[in-house]
Design a binder for this molecule. Sequence first.
Ligand code: CA
Length: 229
Amino acid sequence: MSATQPSVLVVEDEVAQREVLTYNLEAEGFRVTTAEDGEEAMLAVAEDTPDLILLDWMLPRVSGIEVCRRIKSRTEWQGIPVIMLSARSDDVDKVRGLEIGADDYMVKPYSVIELMARLRAQLRRTRPSSVGQTITYDDIVLDAETHRVTRSGAPLKLGPTEFRLLATFMEKPGRVWGRDQLLDRVWGRDIYVDTRTVDVHVGRLRKVLTKAGGEDPIRTVRGAGYALG
Ligand code: CA
């Protein structure tokens, strides 16, 4: 299991394609949500912001290109990697020419193995702990593959929840996370947990991080939540 399960939104109007993608992504440990057209895609992003979007070019109603353009024009969404899927290679040239901000492109029929490799390449950049990368913040090193954490070289003993919390913080240093956002990412949307639980686990994480006398790297932001650094 990865540190925090990454979520992928699959936007594809063809049922068979959608099912193949969902099957393969779930087999690789991703959490998958799907949308059948461009409008549904925009709603899905607003409802549950994914870590990555696989976006078909030819969609009913709002086209894939328009969806990409809308996502990349919103500050809070523009960091989400978008991989466009298209039926013809000249579409890909068009996507490039239009500079709509897609992060990668694949032409159908594509190799699922190659698509997964490209998807991981995007996530290594944006969600390193979700693909087993080692991430570093100051003197803290988190290895998402072996689940080991050290501070100034000394190993730290973290519970699974504290580990996921720290991985989330370390992926976006300085970002202020609301308690609800941390609940979604660390505990998952489908589990009901009280927001006070977040405070309890942040407290535990702080205790472990400062055990050896190190400074507390987590900031409490009044009325907003928590941030690393
Ligand atoms: Ca299509």
